[in-house]
Design a protein around this ligand. Structure first.
Ligand SMILES: [Zn+2]
Length: 69
């Protein structure tokens, strides 16, 4: 049996083009939940006020994990 490590619930981050930087989407989840997501989700951006749509390919988990290209 493979031991399942405890995973932290982390914020989903997304690059806002208006801000030209990462913003919180307001979604929070564990890495395995994020990896299992399909399709797109939307949120109202705290930086520019617009609705952005993200997928697991354009968003990432954790504020300091990485910066999307
Ligand atoms: Zn924005």
């Amino acid at each position: 049996m493979t031991e399942i490590r405890t995973q932290y619930i982390e914020p989903v981050m997304f690059i806002c083009e208006a801000k030209d930087g990462p913003v919180r989407t307001g979604h929070r989840m564990r890495a395995r939940e994020f990896a299992a997501l399909t399709g797109a989700r939307s949120f109202r951006c705290e930086a520019c006020g617009e609705i952005h749509t993200w997928t697991t390919e354009t968003a990432w988990l954790g504020i300091n994990t990485r910066v999307a290209a």
